[in-house]
Write a protein that binds this ligand. Structure first.
Ligand code: TEU
Length: 532
């Protein structure tokens, strides 16, 4: 019965931001050999698949999301040989490796763009999106970049503008051109042939743009200082109907390699998001579900509503997934507080559907304040409060001067957290009730208990407004997860008699519990095996 589920349904994905995970060669930037040195840890932690943010040659205008060559490794991260060695070791440990694939745009230093820009007659001209200036000489339309300002850059030499939905150094490819598609499918084959287990595809819902280049509506509530990416409604730059054809082509390519995973990064409301599973479930396996990342209020009622909404709208046969954080958004422990974020970890790792864990979140790492002169992220160029550097700080391995991320005396590319001497892997591994111990225990139980990785999900009504309670069930075994999403104790009365607490978010309590009447402590959650 169980083998009808594939590895990516039963498993847990762990996102590594390679620059910040482990520096093995003393340049202050993480690398592939560094990741390789830390595989014991990842195996101990109990994650199943590693998703690496981009590792390809890049001028690093957007830290690897600007790719200058899709079929090689950025020297700062290592070489193809280092990659093969890492992949080999990952597989030896029965883990999987998912690569980040960035098809919407290349670097302006990619040979394709260099050729495209060279002249209007270049055979690669149409590989990118070039337009004549508007009548007044200005940009062809009102489209704005996710990082701020116009999405169009004038190229004086050829007298036209090119489109860049992100940084000026990230020109958008023209996915309506069949040659672009073929070239990019070759890239996918290159990595699948090398043995990777799937892709996380960057901004997959943005790959096709309006043929008429109509203006996007401005969002009326947006004001200067708000995130630049929220300025317009991307009705002509995002979620265009033809993008689904491209995704189906990619998916069938991926499927021809066997049991691989195909994940799409998509920020859309649920009804549109669901369309990306594909009418015949032939598009992405998992469209990233960013509801928790985007929740305005971390309140039990809203959390339950998000989960129930996803479960209800999910197409038949499709598989859910959950995300608490990533390299683009403030860390969960910062957003909701370290104490409450333990409850969030219990939520993430006991829901139905594939969880993605962001590196360092398992320690309760928080955003690190980065002084303006040390900021790097292009998203922060107009307004430092939108910089994503704070959630990309180096992994905290131990209490040494480089936090075990880099050698003593080396300056890490982003500053270390001030609290790394308290919150780090080495120390938290030894502490019975640490954050890391909680996450490691959750991952162990998720793997051991079929109800947690493949069981059904049903939320239940409870009197307390501050608690979110649900039942996971498989083959006659039932577990209830009761989460107190507030910082006050809550009285609960559940429709069951007896149970056994397998794990509490505080790690303070295990053993028998009478479920008809009990108090769930502030910022705590129980995973309970139901006896009756
Ligand atoms: O992010 C796409 C995206 O939608 C982001 O703009 C996001 O909304 C914003 O950064 C939130 O702060 C992807 C990558 O994850 C991101 O790192 C890249 O910068 C971007 O694409 C361009 O490749």
């Amino acid at each position: 019965m169980e083998n009808v589920y594939s590895w990516w349904q039963q498993g847990v994905v762990y996102q590594i931001y390679p620059r910040s995970f482990m520096d093995s060669n003393g340049d202050g930037v993480g690398d592939l050999s560094g990741i390789r040195q830390r595989l014991d840890y990842l195996q101990w932690l109990g994650v199943d698949a590693l998703w690496l943010s981009p590792i390809y040659p890049s001028p690093m205008a957007d830290f690897g999301y600007d790719i200058a060559n899709y079929v090689d490794i950025e020297p700062v991260f290592g070489s193809l040989q280092d990659f093969d060695a890492l992949l080999h070791d990952v597989h030896q440990r029965h883990m999987k490796m998912i690569l980040d694939f960035v098809p919407n745009h290349t670097s302006d230093e990619h040979a394709w763009f260099v050729a495209s820009r060279a002249s209007r007659e270049s055979e690669k001209r149409d590989w990118y999106i070039w337009r004549d200036p508007a009548a007044d000489g200005g940009p062809p339309n009102n489209w704005t970049s996710f990082f701020g300002g116009s999405a169009w850059e004038f190229d004086a030499a050829s007298g036209q503008y090119y489109l860049h939905m992100f940084d000026v150094k990230q020109p958008d490819l023209n996915w309506r051109n069949p040659l672009v598609r073929q070239a990019m499918y070759d890239v996918m084959r290159f990595w699948l042939d090398r043995g990777v287990d799937g892709f996380r595809v960057d901004v997959i819902w943005m790959m096709i743009k309006d043929t008429q280049f109509r203006d996007n509506p401005e969002r009326p509530d947006w004001k200067p200082g708000d995130p630049p990416y929220a300025r317009q409604e991307g009705i002509y730059t995002e979620n265009q109907p033809e993008v689904h054809d491209v995704i189906r082509e990619m998916r069938s390519l991926v499927d021809s390699y066997g049991e691989k995973v195909f994940i799409g990064e998509i920020y859309l409301p649920l009804p549109q998001l669901m369309e990306y599973y594909g009418e015949m479930l032939d598009e992405v396996h998992l469209p990233f579900n960013f509801q928790f990342v985007q929740l305005a209020n971390w309140h039990a009622r809203d959390i339950r509503a998000s989960v129930d909404a996803y479960e209800t709208i999910l197409p038949e046969g499709a598989w859910p997934n959950w995300v608490l954080g990533n390299h683009d958004r403030s860390r969960i422990a910062t957003r909701i507080g370290r104490a409450q974020s333990r409850v969030a970890q219990m939520l993430l790792l006991t829901l139905r559907g594939t969880p993605t864990c962001y590196y360092g979140d398992e320690l309760g790492m928080e955003d690190v304040a980065v002084p303006p002169e040390l900021m790097h992220d292009p998203q922060g160029k107009d307004n430092p409060i939108h910089s994503r550097d704070p959630e990309r700080s180096p992994m905290q391995w131990n209490a040494d001067s480089g936090a075990g991320f880099c050698a003593d005396g080396v300056t890490p590319w982003l500053p270390l957290s001030e609290d790394y001497r308290h919150f780090n892997v080495e120390r938290e591994q030894q502490e019975e009730r640490s954050y890391l111990t909680l996450v490691q225990n959750l991952l162990t139980l998720r793997r051991q208990i079929p109800a947690l990785h493949v069981g059904s999900y049903a939320s239940i009504d409870v009197a307390s407004e501050e608690c979110f309670v649900y039942v996971r069930e498989h083959a006659g075994k039932r577990y209830v997860v009761a989460l107190n999403c507030s910082n006050a104790d809550q009285a609960l009365s559940l429709p069951f008699k007896e149970g056994t607490i397998m794990l509490s978010a505080s790690l303070e309590r295990t053993g028998p519990i009478a479920l008809e009447d009990f108090v769930l402590p502030a910022n705590d959650g129980y995973l309970i095996e139901i006896a009756d």
